[in-house]
Design a protein around this ligand. Structure first.
Ligand SMILES: C[S@@+](CC[C@H](N)C(=O)[O-])C[C@H]1O[C@@H](n2cnc3c(N)ncnc32)[C@H](O)[C@@H]1O
Length: 272
């Protein structure tokens, strides 16, 4: 029988997620918690949410804590999401790069589609003569979810959602097909790496970037945390570097840090 989730237990899980990952569940998401964490109870031999909540507050519960965060993240993504961002990156970002390493951060990379799309678009742009001669591209994908990072590193996507967002030409151009799986071709994996990183933490450890994609994740955070992350990202961007947010997210304020660039309806924010 499914375990019962009390209001206090829901509040405790809610607080844990916001404290550790910045994620705010909002009101009335009990069904989401039960459906995603119910499986964890069975898997880790816990009989009820009381035991799980106890582990959230104890040092010995670290494995369960990581599993709760992993299970509660929303990882939806697909190929070439908001494609105008990739166009701005190639036409306004790479085209004006002066040389050396062109570094791009996919800051909530989920299963990796965004990072590989950046590699594909920049690879094509460089082949058509954009970017400084002798320069090189480095793409860092980060996420809080180890499960998503493992899938991203595999660069292999299987099942009915594997090709979501791709047209036939893109399927042929960027992937090897293997049954119902798609594998990113080695040339588009070169220069792409993934690491675990929690966006609530200081980002200096990741170095500086020429562009940051932080799409469809800030919506889960409080206004204050969102402001802090945007300010940290502004500091991590080289002058003239771009920040891209999800199409339903906006950069309210921060005009002193960024100017808005609008190309074919797609918006990017250029570091002043
Ligand atoms: C909806 S996906 C967005 C994927 C991709 N950026 C896109 O737009 O298609 C949101 C991702 O943010 C990650 N995430 C949530 N909270 C995070 C945090 N505090 N630090 C790092 N990543 C986080 C989730 O694990 C999830 O993979």
């Amino acid at each position: 029988m499914a375990a019962n989730l009390t209001a206090d237990q829901y509040q405790a899980i809610h607080k844990f997620l916001e404290d550790k990952a910045g994620i705010r569940l909002g009101k009335g998401k009990e069904y989401l918690v039960s459906s995603r964490l119910g499986r964890l109870l069975d898997k880790d031999g816990m009989s009820d949410y009381g035991q799980l909540v106890e582990k959230l507050g104890s040092f010995s519960g670290r494995t369960v804590q990581a599993a709760v965060i992993d299970a509660m993240t929303t990882n939806e993504t697909f190929w070439f999401r908001d494609p105008t961002h990739f166009r701005i990156l190639a036409e306004e970002g790479l085209a004006n790069h002066q040389g050396g390493v062109f570094r791009v951060w996919s800051a909530a990379s989920s299963s990796g589609q965004e990072a590989y799309n950046i590699s594909m678009v920049l690879g094509d742009a460089r082949r058509s003569g954009r970017g400084a001669p002798g320069s090189r591209v480095e793409i860092v994908g980060t996420d809080i979810s180890p499960t998503m990072l493992a899938l991203a590193r595999s660069a292999r996507y299987c099942g009915i959602s594997a090709g979501r967002g791709l047209n036939d030409e893109q399927r042929k151009r960027y992937f090897k097909e293997d049954g119902d799986c798609l594998e990113v071709l080695p040339e588009f994996r070169t220069g792409v790496s993934f690491r675990e990183f929690n966006l609530t933490k200081p980002i200096d450890v990741l170095g500086r970037f020429d562009a940051i994609f932080c799409r469809n994740v800030l919506i889960y955070f409080s206004a204050d945390l969102k402001r802090q992350i945007i300010e940290r990202m502004a500091r991590a961007l080289n002058p003239g570097g771009f920040l891209f947010l999800g199409s339903t997210e906006s950069l309210s304020g921060h005009q002193e840090l960024f100017e808005m660039v609008n190309v074919s309806g797609g918006i990017g924010y250029r570091r002043r």
